[in-house]
Design a protein around this ligand. Sequence first.
Ligand SMILES: [Zn+2]
Length: 161
Amino acid sequence: MNARSRPARIPLPVPLTSRSRKYGDTPTTPGRSRNMQAIRRTDTKPEVQLRSALHRSGYRFRKDLSVHTSTRRVRPDIVFTARKIAVFVDGCFWHCCPEHGRQPTVNTGYWSPKLQRNVERDRLADAALHRDGWRVIRIWAHEELEDAVEKVVNALEQTSR
Ligand SMILES: [Zn+2]
């Protein structure tokens, strides 16, 4: 009995646990934080591209300026203060883009309310800005740079006269 169970015990549990660890059962945190970094990186990139494209075209604006509306403080990504134009570049995941804003399948109890709050905050920001006479331009991170630039330039041209 002892002779039979002893050799079986040694090889079995060791490869099983090490294999399951390798495939992300235990250390979800490093894998997840790597995902989050990737998301954050792709979120900021379109915004940076849009800023430099506008700057190259000669437009001057403020970045990450807090706009104090009468009801709340809002931080658009690009602000044209004199023309009262606020531009937001919204990441597809964080702001639930209809095309790519997939609902997370892991940890839904935490993520869904968080993402929902993001969207609610966006709409409240829009409303607050509109109430104070601002024009709001929302651009999805997935939109082509050319299209994004065109949206902003159109708005600028409409307010210049
Ligand atoms: Zn998208």
